[in-house]
Design a protein around this ligand. Structure first.
Ligand code: THU
Length: 131
């Protein structure tokens, strides 16, 4: 199964009764394994979580901390860009050149990278130490 197919499939599981906007994300760990996540909303709106955050949490829970590929899909007119917080989350585990594929259910795609999504990111060097 391709990473995009995995994201498309898990999108169906999204819990989005407030926005009615379902998002699916899949990340490939350096091991080659695929981890999936969907958005999970909450009646206390700020407590909702994004699809990308879910996929990253699944990867870390499985013992991986390096992602090599990302796919995100939604039923939107144009490929949905990850929110600011998710860009920082992706940057934590990806590299500058890690490919990110943004897609629509209708078949639109936009290829980008973690570094393009978050130039000038905050990292451990800004704290003057390694982590
Ligand atoms: N959402 C994601 O899951 N990922 C994105 O990249 C953009 C937004 C979710 C959050 C919320 O549940 C819904 O989409 C509407 O913002």
């Amino acid at each position: 199964m391709s990473l995009l197919d995995a994201a498309r499939a898990v999108r169906e599981m999204a819990y989005a009764p407030y926005s009615h906007f379902k998002v699916g994300a899949a990340v490939r760990g350096v091991s080659g394994a695929i981890y999936r996540g969907c958005n999970v909303e909450n009646v206390a709106y700020p407590e909702g979580t994004c699809a990308e955050a879910g996929a990253i949490a699944a990867m870390v829970a499985a013992g991986e901390t390096e992602l090599v590929e990302v796919a995100v899909i939604a039923d939107s007119p144009s490929p949905v860009p990850p929110c600011g917080g998710c860009r920082q989350k992706l940057a934590e585990f990806g590299r500058h050149d890690t490919p990110v594929l943004l897609a629509t259910l209708a078949g639109g795609t936009q290829a980008t990278t973690v570094g393009e999504l978050l130039p000038g990111r905050f990292d451990a060097n800004h704290m003057g130490r390694a982590g």
